[in-house]
Design a protein around this ligand. Structure first.
Ligand code: NAD
Length: 342
């Protein structure tokens, strides 16, 4: 039997333990796994593109535990009543190859993306940061905000979305949780005075959500929405003024903001900041940019965090996923046990 967390139990877990608490715990898993980056198998995710979106598989293994996530990205989905991003994922035992844990990962991806963004920002943003601008307030929005509050204490948000309803939704969800929120009429207004800028829009296009002139010295940029070939959010001039931190360069070169730059464009692998092999922020004026695309190792960390935090509770059920005949060579016995086969 394989342990299983479905959507309802994922939602119950998040209600039981709270988003900020979970993201704080998840960030510990992420830091631990990023710090042993070199012990993982890594490949850019396997992507199947269409004009409407992408379906991706994200595998990795540390020689003991294998994990993969299935995830889609379809920016036109909300207009058709579907979500932009949905996902599920698996942990497996490398020793015998059996899947040990299966979970919904649409909610978990929002948690892991926010936990990764906030964990990175904790190391790169100016320590005196108090205000975050959020451009794009869709599904990821609340999780990003709660992640940054959980790890950096950011409670003041300046938000902008081309869809006023998305901003109303974010305000409705977050105001009762004690956030100070300013709903803005433009990106200019949102970034005014912000210490951190999160861009989290969805559009399969090479967009300029943020112009160079809108980024002042000392800002930390958390660029989340540019995560596919031909799908970017930043004016390339911003990259020239920033120190760019990435997850896995071979994947980010294909999918991240740096796809707008030549292959030799300088970047820092974020795991090296955690191990001390590379410096993080070097001055209060430096612009730090996390060119986030989402990497398989973080999904494995999120699955392990979920598995451990729900272990021994009724949030985990079992799913009969693996055919296991008594005699491992007699797979056919499972068929004959049911009824005669002609
Ligand atoms: P969503 O569709 O729910 O929300 C996106 C929001 O962006 C919408 O409210 C939309 O109105 C807004 N928007 C679009 N164009 C805009 C513009 N020009 N200016 C301001 N707002 C604009 O999507 P989501 O699930 O919140 O995901 C957001 C993005 O993050 C997607 O592109 C997704 O692929 C990406 N993503 C990245 C990671 C990662 O690890 N980097 C993980 C998950 C999602």
């Amino acid at each position: 039997m394989t342990a299983f967390v479905d959507v309802a139990n994922m939602a119950r877990w998040i209600q039981r333990d709270g988003v900020e608490n979970i993201i704080t715990r998840m960030a510990e898993y992420l830091e631990k796994d990023f710090a042993r980056w070199e012990s993982y198998d890594k490949i850019p995710r396997v992507a199947s593109h269409t004009p409407f979106g992408v379906i991706e598989l994200m595998p990795t293994s540390d020689g003991q535990t294998y994990s993969f996530k299935y995830v889609n990205g379809h920016p036109s989905n909300p207009a058709r009543g579907y979500q932009t991003v949905t996902a599920f994922g698996v942990l497996a035992d490398v020793d015998n190859g059996y899947p040990t844990f299966l979970a919904e990962m649409t909610l978990l991806t929002a948690l892991r993306t926010a936990a990764t963004s906030a964990m990175v920002a904790k190391h790169l943003a100016r320590p005196d940061s108090i205000t975050m601008a959020m451009i794009g307030t869709g599904s990821q929005g609340e999780f990003q905000a709660l992640g940054f509050r959980g790890l950096l204490g950011i409670n003041t948000l300046r938000v902008y979305d081309i869809d006023p309803k998305a901003m109303d939704k974010l305000e409705r969800n977050l105001k009762p949780l004690g956030f100070q929120i300013t709903v803005c009429d433009s990106v200019d207004e949102a970034v005014d005075g912000a210490d951190i800028i999160t861009t989290c829009t969805a559009d399969k296009a090479q967009n300029t959500i943020l112009h160079d002139a809108q980024v002042r010295p000392g800002v930390h940029l958390n660029a989340v929405g540019g995560d596919c070939p031909g799908k970017t959010e930043l004016d390339p001039a911003i990259l020239d003024r920033s120190t760019v931190f990435v997850e896995f360069p071979p994947q980010t070169r294909i999918e991240g903001e740096i796809q707008q730059k030549p292959d030799d464009f300088p970047m820092v692998e974020f795991w090296q900041v955690l191990t001390g092999a590379a410096p993080g922020r070097r001055s209060a004026e430096e612009i730090t940019l996390f060119d986030s695309v989402g990497f398989a190792i973080a999904d494995g960390s999120a699955l392990k965090c979920l598995r451990d935090m729900t272990a021994g509770s009724d949030l985990q059920t079992e799913i009969d996923l693996i055919a296991e005949p008594e005699d491992p060579k007699d797979l056919f016995s499972l068929v004959t046990a049911l009824s005669p086969v002609s």
